[in-house]
Design a protein around this ligand. Structure first.
Ligand code: NDP
Length: 455
């Protein structure tokens, strides 16, 4: 078998090599998962809950090792990586509550009793990206297992290490062989095979809108269930009546977190015209002070981009004549560095404001009134996340309701909580992850009629 050279983006050095899976390995993983399914779905809800709690504890026991792997391999600050691994453990803990709460209904009908059950789908294929490797994997693996499915997980070829560790931890925690299988190999081979495989009942995917479109199309041949969590171009709407300093202080982490490689990045900051100067004045020191550097340095707030290709793509949005208003620092030398960059003023129709950049570049776009703010926020093919900053509570709720997006926060830049639904409107995706909603996407509703008064 050939190998994948796993690169450390902060040094451009090979960190390790792992076997590269191909079609044969995917087929073998699906076969293992299929064989394990009848016994796994029959495990009692309480025992399945216990195994998920044990897996959560196993993740916690390896917390620092997993965080270091993620920090080095994905180039993310160690503090952020620790937070992500905590969320992984929390996600398994949260869904450990699910097996005993997968409730059905009884429905009044003539002549008998009608009841519904939430049945697992069977083998599910989970395809995840490189930006939050284990976190996004856990958002899919945990509800899938809780609902009684068996899993084949395909991490991104750039960041396979923590997913491979998870497979080992799951076995150590007592999950039966074949319930959680990891195949590390290229998306165009392994991902595609999962999408086409007749024994895979569902694909849950996070990644680019372009690949998501292909997956949706490929899944039609076998009528697979598909959930997609795709790109974003979210708006951070700042009204002049807001605490502008607080909005400016929060704006950098809302877009430069994970070096901007975040589908929730608020990469368009819409600012009411009268507040633009104050906002930029407050934003400038916040951006210039961002500590960009070695992911393993405790003081680092932003690491490198994932790859040379990604850096090239990001750089293409900041040509020589770009309206760079603020530029932060970035190290010289090896590593795929790119400085935090603020473009202002930008028109909502400019390329940098239209396309998902997936890097530390943000556009500041002035607006004149609430109606224009909502129109600009919605003038995008995406609809994943966003924020609105104002002291006017009624306006806050009006705008939050009017923006076509799956998640929006008021006077805050946060998007994701384990217990609340996350997913996109429009071309940002289909379905919801996290919270109780995710379970709907890993179960089928079965309707059973029991005749009590003759047949
Ligand atoms: P991709 O969408 O290509 O990758 C996401 C996952 O899909 C990876 O595991 C990848 O495998 C797999 N994949 C790739 N091609 C196929 C295929 N034909 N069939 C099935 N699975 C496939 O994202 P990239 O890594 O290429 O990033 C490109 C851009 O996508 C970014 O610049 C960003 O704009 C966006 N993106 C958005 C993310 C989000 O969270 N919404 C996450 C990541 C990227 P492998 O990488 O191993 O080939």
């Amino acid at each position: 078998m050939s190998t994948i050279e796993v690169i450390e983006p902060a040094t451009e050095q090979v960190m390790t090599e792992v076997p590269r899976a191909g079609i044969e390995e995917v087929d073998a993983a699906v076969a293992r998962a299929k064989a394990a399914f009848p016994a796994w779905r029959a495990v009692s809800p309480g025992d399945r809950a216990g195994l998920l709690l044990d897996l959560s504890a196993a993740v916690e026991d390896c917390h620092e090792t997993l965080a270091q792997l993620e920090a080095r391999n994905a180039g993310k600050p160690i503090g952020d990586a620790r937070g992500e691994i905590e969320m992984v453990a929390e996600t398994f803990r949260y869904y450990a509550g699910a097996p005993e709460r997968l409730l059905g209904r009884t429905i009044p009908v003539a002549g008998g009793v009608d009841m519904t059950f939430r049945e697992p789908l069977g083998v599910v294929g989970l395809i995840v990206p490189w930006n939050f490797p284990l976190t996004i994997a856990s958002w899919k693996v945990a509800p899938a297992l809780a609902a009684g499915n068996c899993v084949v997980l395909k991490p991104a070829e750039l960041t396979p290490l923590t997913a491979l560790e998870l497979e080992v931890l799951a076995l150590d925690a007592g999950l039966p062989e074949g319930v959680l299988n990891v195949v590390a190999g290229p998306g165009s081979v392994c991902g595609r095979r999962l999408v086409e495989h007749p024994d895979v009942a569902k694909i849950a995917f996070t990644g680019s809108t372009e690949v998501g479109r292909g997956i949706a199309a490929g899944a039609t041949a076998t009528i697979k269930r598909v959930t997609l969590e795709l790109g974003g171009k979210s708006a951070n709407v700042v009204f002049a009546d807001a605490d502008v300093e607080a909005a400016a202080a929060a704006a950098p982490s809302a877009v430069f977190g994970n070096a901007g490689q975040d589908c929730c990045a608020r990469s368009r900051i819409l600012v009411e015209r009268g507040a633009v100067d104050d906002f930029l004045a407050a934003l400038q020191p916040a951006v210039e002070e961002i500590a960009v550097g070695d992911p393993l340095d405790e003081a680092t707030q932003m690491g490198p981009l994932i790859s040379a290709d990604q850096r090239e793509t990001v750089a293409s949005y900041v040509p020589e004549d770009a309206p760079v208003a603020i530029r932060g620092r970035a190290p010289e030398g090896p590593g795929y560095w790119f400085p935090p960059t603020v473009l202002a003023p930008v028109a909502n129709s400019d390329r940098a404001a239209v396309e998902e950049i997936f890097g530390p570049v943000v556009c500041v776009i002035p607006f004149d009134d609430e109606e224009e703010a909502v129109r600009l926020a919605n003038e995008t093919i995406y609809g994943l996340s966003g924020s609105v900053w104002t002291r006017d509570g009624a306006r806050a709720l009006r705008v939050a309701r009017a923006v076509e997006t799956g998640v929006i926060s008021i006077n805050s830049n946060t998007s994701v909580r384990v217990s609340t639904p996350f997913g996109g409107f429009k071309q940002s995706g289909v379905g919801r992850e996290l919270g109780p909603d995710a379970l709907d996407h890993y179960t089928e509703v079965k309707n059973v009629y029991y005749a009590t008064e003759g047949s």
